[in-house]
Design a protein around this ligand. Structure first.
Ligand SMILES: [Fe+2]
Length: 243
């Protein structure tokens, strides 16, 4: 089941200081670090964990191969989580949630390594849930209406999203975000994401080469189009509207 896990402790903490960002994070699925549970663990330092994939590694074939998904999840995503835990060992930031880390370290050169790994840990979990082997026939009505208001129609959204994904120079991400009542497409470089901009992410696509190179080599546009046509989890994007 998607979009059901909300780290309420992190949500409430962030809500007190950054309400827009707290709303943006509210639907992030299972990607949260796990605060210790139960009294006997209450004093244990927070360990960020690699959440399970929401499907098997071959579920997205032939658009994304099992080989790509295995490397992407078990090497790259896991690598960000492990590196983050190493960086945070003994740090004053060690008890912060992923979202809190992202907001706290964004734009601070002295914290760039923590920011990059925290954001990449968050982004990847969000990305896995943006994909599904069981694409629904129609975009849910509330999301469809908003897409039409902002992009003319669903096809118009796909064109703008694909343009952002293909034109991102080097590594990065394309996003569909809610900016107040309007929807926008943005792109972010490297590990950056919409949370520091206080935008609510609805959908993302990883355009780092590790996301597609084994399957598509340099043909990023083909990867982007195939995902848009066959793997988008519209139900997840609609749930992220929070309406
Ligand atoms: Fe990635």
């Amino acid at each position: 089941m998607l979009a059901t896990h909300i780290d309420k402790e992190a949500f409430m903490t962030a809500s007190n200081s950054r309400p827009e960002a707290a709303r943006a994070q509210a639907r992030h699925p299972e990607g949260e670090s796990t605060a210790a549970q139960g009294e006997e663990e209450a004093q244990a330092p927070r360990q960020h964990v690699l959440p399970p994939l929401p499907y098997s590694v071959n579920a997205l074939e032939p658009v994304i191969s099992a080989k790509t998904l295995t490397f992407h999840y078990e090497k790259h995503h896991k690598g960000y989580v492990d590196k983050l835990n190493t960086l945070l060992a003994g740090s004053s930031l060690a008890d912060l949630s992923l979202e809190e880390l992202i907001l706290h370290t964004a734009g601070k050169p002295q914290n760039a390594e923590i920011f990059n790994n925290a954001a990449q840990a968050w982004n990847h979990t969000f990305y896995w849930h943006c994909l599904t082997p069981q694409v629904a026939g129609d975009v849910p009505p509330a999301l469809g209406r908003k897409l039409r208001e902002s992009f003319g129609d669903v096809a118009g959204f796909k064109r703008e999203f694909a343009q952002a994904a293909v034109s991102q120079f080097g590594s990065g991400w394309a996003w569909l975000v809610a900016d107040g009542p309007a929807l926008r497409v943005i792109k972010t470089p490297n590990g950056d994401d919409p949370l520091p901009q206080h935008l609510r992410p609805l959908l993302t696509l990883d355009v780092w080469e590790h996301a597609y190179y084994l399957d598509y080599q340099n043909r990023r546009a083909d990867y982007v189009q195939a995902v848009l046509d066959r793997l988008i989890n519209w139900e997840f994007a609609a749930a992220n509207l929070g309406e």
